[in-house]
Design a protein around this ligand. Structure first.
Ligand SMILES: Nc1ncnc2c1ncn2[C@@H]1O[C@H](COP(=O)(O)OP(=O)(O)OP(=O)(O)O)[C@@H](O)[C@H]1O
Ligand SMILES: [Mg+2]
Length: 199
């Protein structure tokens, strides 16, 4: 039996940080963001569909999709967000399902899916347990501002556009607190890992 663990959280709360921790103990992680990025590369069907739907104005001079521009467009426009999701979502889901199947056949004990919108989408149906990476609003904002070089107002806007982190915490089977140092998070991680390993 392969235990499928859905890893989620809010923007910049530390999903990728925890993903690295799983990988460091040889637990495979399927990263949905990465899959979504790959399927928008030049030459793919996804790329063609997105360019058709959003016009060549979303392209960089080398014809790669300008992700920042695309993100800005869909962030401020729900209809266009839906349009992009309708192209990306089914493809990503089908790739994840194939990955799950492969790991089941291989007899992988624990498989992690890093899914930013786990509770907001039907990806929740794919997992057995859920894990939320938590951090305080203050830390979340600071880390987001630093990483994306954006101001406080834009960071707050990005955070408030998401399902509240506390709601995700309430829905989670496991919560990993990433508000302190990476070392502290690692300790929390080890405790949760012990629990997962005996399931
Ligand atoms: N415990 C920590 N202490 C200090 N900085 C941290 C800590 N955890 C994460 N960070 C930093 O905060 C930022 C966000 O972390 P990370 O990329 O892991 O979050 P994420 O949830 O994967 O973000 P995204 O929503 O963009 O996928 C990164 O720049 C990371 O280096
Ligand atoms: Mg991430």
């Amino acid at each position: 039996m392969t235990l499928i663990v859905g890893l989620t959280g809010g923007i910049a709360t530390g999903k990728s940080t925890v993903t690295q921790m799983f990988k460091s103990v040889d637990i495979p992680v399927v990263e949905t963001d990465k899959i979504a990025r790959d399927m928008l590369r030049k030459g793919t069907e996804g790329y063609e569909e997105v360019v058709t739907a959003f016009s060549s104005s979303i392209l960089l001079t080398n014809n790669d999709i300008n992700r920042k521009k695309l993100a800005m467009i869909v962030f401020s426009n729900p209809q266009r967000r839906k349009k992009l999701n309708d192209i990306v979502h089914p493809r990503v889901k089908s790739i994840i399902k194939t990955e799950i199947q492969t790991h089941k056949e291989l007899g992988t004990k624990i498989l992690v899916l890093d899914v930013p919108l786990l509770f907001e989408t039907d990806f929740i149906d794919l997992v057995d347990k859920t894990m939320v990476v938590y951090t305080t609003f203050k830390k979340q904002k600071e880390r987001l501002m630093e990483r994306e070089r954006i101001d406080k107002d834009y960071a707050e806007l990005k955070i408030s556009a998401q399902m509240p982190l506390n709601r995700k915490v309430d829905l989670a089977d496991y919560v990993i607190d990433n508000s302190l140092s990476i070392l502290e998070t690692r300790k929390e991680f080890n405790k949760i890992l012990e629990k997962l390993e005996v399931l």
